[in-house]
Write a new protein. Structure first.
Length: 124
């Protein structure tokens, strides 16, 4: 007689069905379809964990750019000035400052502009 290890197989199948809770129709009821749906969903989840980081960085850049332009400077020149001034704030923090504290951001823009002027003076 063939040993099938039925308890472990049943446990694995039930775990898959429970993980597919909320899926529609046979994808939440039948093991074969639930397993396929979960595999596909996990591929999307893996891919989109990477995409999420990319999307947030783009959002922060847009926010910094908007605040920098309202202060009379472009994003790229602002970031160049920040690097020249050796201010190592990340984009997430800069975007938060730009959104919540306009006076502090204006001061950062002024510091970046001064650093750019000194950088150009050294180059000339």
């Amino acid at each position: 007689m063939r040993a099938t290890n039925a308890p472990a197989s049943r446990k694995r199948r039930i775990r898959t069905i429970k993980a597919a809770k909320g899926f529609r129709m046979r994808r939440s009821k039948l093991y074969r379809y639930a397993a396929d749906a979960l595999d596909h969903g996990r591929q999307y989840a893996f891919r989109d964990r990477k995409t999420k980081k990319r999307n947030y960085r783009a959002l922060w850049q847009v926010r910094i750019n908007a605040a920098a332009r309202s202060a009379g400077m472009t994003y790229s020149r602002f970031m160049e000035g920040m690097k020249a001034a050796q201010i190592e704030l990340d984009r997430k923090t800069l975007a938060d400052i730009a959104a919540t504290d306009s006076t502090a951001f204006t001061e950062l823009v002024r510091v970046a502009q001064d650093a750019l002027k000194t950088k150009q003076a050294k180059a000339a």
